[in-house]
Every structure is written in C-alpha cells, then in structure tokens.
Ligand binder design. Structure first.
Ligand code: ZN
Length: 455
C-alpha cells in the first residue's frame, strides 16, 4: 500500500520538482533497455561512445591532444579494435591533467568530488548533473533487482568516518528516515555494544531490505549467530563497497535467512554492475558505462580470464573518463543470464589490484582463501592480512575469545602451505584494525612497491 502511494505521489515530486532531474526518464528507459536484445544494447552503447569521443575531442584539450598524437579523429574509431588504440589512463594521469580534461563547454557547470584515496592519494573528479541522473537511475535499477524499491523499509549499514558524522546526521538521517523509510547505521566503529543496540533497533524497525558495506554486515551476521536473536526476515541483503567473499556471503545468507546480492561500484562511477535474482554473475550497466577487462598484454580478457577493469563513462561530458583503469580486477564472462536480461555479465570482481597477496614463487593468493580459513575459527573475530615484503606476511587478529596454541600452530601451518615455505607468517593479536578514510575494511593489504600486477 505504502509503496503504491510512494510510486504515484512522493517519488515524482521528490525527484522531478525538488531535484528537477531527468532521473525518472532515464530510469524508465533503463527498465526497458535491460530486456532489449544484446545487439540493440551494444548498438546503443556504441553510439553513446561515439558521441562521447567526438565531444571529448572537440571540447577537452587533453583528449584532443591524444587524438592528434595518434593521428586519428573520433570518426576513425569504427570498432572495438580501433577504440583500443586509445591509451588506458591511470589515476596519476587524472591528477596531473585534470584541468585539461574538463570540457570547455561545461567549465563552471560541474560538481566536484574526491575519491577516498585508499591508496594514499585522493583523486578529485568532476561530473555533470546529467551524469548524476544516469548514475542514480542505474543504481535504482540495479537495487531493484534485489527487490529494493522506494517505500520498502530499508536499513543501511554504512561506513562513515567520525569526522563526517555531523554532516551525515544532519542531511541524511532526518530526511531519509522519516520520508523514505530508511534507517542508517554508522558502522565505522561497530563495537559489540553498538551491534546489540542495532539489533534491538532493527528488531523493532523490521527492515525489508538491508544494504551495506560487506564487512560490517558480515560481522553483524556473526554477532547474530553467536549472541543475538533476529526477529525480522528481510527479503534481501545488498552487499556493497567492499569485496564480497563466498565465505562471507554464506554466513550473511544463513543468519539473515535471505538471498545476498553482490554489487560493484566506485566513487568515480557509482554502480557499475550488480547481481539479479539468478546470482550468475554481475550484470554490467552498459547503457551508462563501457567496461573492458584488460589482460597484462593489453588485450581483452576472454571468458573466465582475469584482468584489470577499464571504464569509459558514456555520460559524464563535464570531465570525460575514457579507458580509465580503476584499480580493481574482474573475471570476464560470455554467459547469458537465465533471467532474460541481455546486459553482459562479470563472472566475479576479484578486488583491488594492489591488494592481492603475492608469493615469492610468483603466485597470487586470493583474499577468499584467508576469508575461508579464518571463518573456521570462532575464536577469531576479525583479521587482516598485510604484506610489506614478498617474504613476510603479517596477520593482524582481533580475538573473540582465547585461542589455543595448537590452533594457532594449525593456522600457521595452513598459511605456510599455501604461501610457500619461504614466507614468514607473523601473527599479531590486536585490539582494533583501522579502516580506510571511507570507512572500508580491507581483508588484504599489500604494501609491496607500487607496481600494478598488470601493466
Ligand atoms: Zn540476470
């Protein structure tokens, strides 16, 4: 009932009159286009890409120079292999050239935001209100696949650092909670006491959809398993902002007793890909983004192959992002989803390129291994794997309760079997594990010299 009223009354007012956005038009378009045949979708995407390239060439000194150096014009780019002639840009290219990347005809008309810079260096970027509307529409559609719609009670587990809390409280909590039936839980400092309070609160609120950072959700699920009793049954949990490991998905799924929907997004582009009810991978929002998975040799990854995620934002005309290496890796897929949506899939998002643990014999150990191993020990509340040198791996552990020396030895042996005998495993028991500035928790942290695995 409330949902119907919301759809008819509140939503159009909120979005169209107060925000004067094209958001609803884009959302209407996206709700249809997701069912288009693949060819039609790709055709639309290609046309949007051509328009973007022409605009970038005409309006930004940076891209104009690149085309000139390559001795080509946007109209010479007729297919994907032509497009691959354009260089892949990195965060440092944007930091160095931001001014010449902003389009002349949008100067002074863009919004600016900065990424959190979990690699240590924040990145400032501009975007237009039109691209914001696209992003909001894409996000809304992606979340709707999990059954998350306006008017349904939603609880957000968000990681927000303390210095942002006052702003956070002022603007979001008051408005969203009352008008949009959304509850926000700040998990930056998610202590057991806070979890107890949160569970009491949610047992009364009874959210239908839970959306949140992966690790607070996972810790909360473990808290419910050990100490709490859940008195509501959400329809879905949407996992965001951090890598979702299979082991974490299983625990969240069991404790909340509902499906878990994985999503992949970033500060630069908002929602990039997300799962539908089939959970066969993440559907890429190709009406708004051109997403490539690029292997070490610069070629596109085939099905099942892993590569760097490279993104072109089709609608941010204020500061075009073309072939931007975002710093995460994904596994490519050519599967068709049984849901009937023809949006292509990513098989999985592997995680941050720079935080993959390497071994001296040249192997990469996925974070999934550590997530699975430590889940087996109820004595361990939280952990983080840090690699400062190739031959040493430090494991920070927060204990739930005492752990026997035999079990510690068992873990150490398990780790050295996987990492190799030449790797020294240093386990350290700590009280807290710091989060990034954006309130994200990193399961693995690699501090090896800043040389991306894939060039
Ligand atoms: Zn699907």
């Amino acid at each position: 009932m409330y949902q119907q009223i919301y759809k008819k009354l509140i939503s159009p007012i909120h979005e169209n009159i107060f925000k004067r956005s094209k958001f609803l038009n884009y959302l209407g378009f996206l709700e249809e286009s997701q069912w288009w045949p693949r060819d039609k979708l790709l055709n639309f995407q290609w046309k949007e890409l051509q328009k973007l390239l022409k605009h970038s060439y005409e309006q930004t000194p940076y891209w104009c120079d690149i085309f000139k150096k390559l001795k080509i014009k946007p109209e010479d780019i007729k297919n994907y292999s032509d497009f691959q002639k354009l260089p892949i840009i990195e965060k440092q290219d944007i930091r160095k050239n931001k001014k010449s990347m902003v389009a002349r005809n949008y100067a002074g008309k863009t919004f600016t935001k900065s990424t959190s810079g979990s690699t240590g260096m924040p990145l400032e970027l501009d975007y237009t209100s039109d691209s914001y509307d696209w992003r909001m529409a894409v996000s809304k559609r992606g979340y709707s696949w999990a059954g998350c719609e306006d008017g349904k009670k939603q609880a957000y587990f968000w990681g927000v650092s303390l210095n942002q809390e006052s702003v956070w409280k002022k603007y979001k909590e008051a408005i969203y909670q009352t008008v949009l039936r959304q509850k926000y839980i700040n998990c930056y400092d998610f202590t057991e006491e806070k979890m107890r309070f949160t569970l009491d609160d949610l047992n009364k609120f009874k959210p239908e959809i839970i959306i949140g950072y992966v690790n607070p959700l996972y810790n909360f699920a473990k808290y419910i398993k050990n100490l709490g009793s859940i008195k509501f049954k959400p329809k879905a949990v949407i996992a965001a902002a951090e890598k979702l490991y299979q082991a974490q998905r299983e625990t969240i799924n069991n404790e909340f007793d509902c499906p878990v929907f994985n999503t992949y997004g970033s500060r630069e582009f908002m929602l990039i890909a997300s799962e539908c009810p089939e959970h066969k991978g993440l559907h890429v929002n190709i009406e708004n983004l051109f997403v490539e998975i690029i292997k070490e040799d610069g070629s596109a990854a085939g099905p099942g192959e892993t590569g760097d995620i490279v993104i072109t934002d089709l609608h941010n005309y204020g500061m075009p992002f073309i072939r931007y290496r975002i710093g995460d890796m994904a596994v490519a897929s050519d599967k068709q989803c049984p849901c009937g949506r023809k949006l292509p899939l990513l098989e999985d998002v592997v995680g941050r390129t720079l935080d993959i643990i390497k071994t001296p014999d040249g192997r990469f150990v996925p974070g999934e291994f550590f997530a699975r191993l430590f889940r087996e020990f109820g004595e361990i509340k939280q952990f983080q794997v840090i690699q400062n040198q190739l031959e040493t791996v430090k494991i920070k552990i927060i204990k739930e309760r005492e752990i026997s020396p035999e079990k510690i030895e068992f873990i150490r042996k398990g780790l050295s079997e996987v990492l190799g005998k030449n790797v020294l495993v240093d386990m350290e028991f700590v009280e807290t594990i710091p989060l990034t500035k954006a309130g994200k928790y990193r399961v693995t942290v690699s501090n090896l010299p800043a040389e991306p695995i894939l060039k």
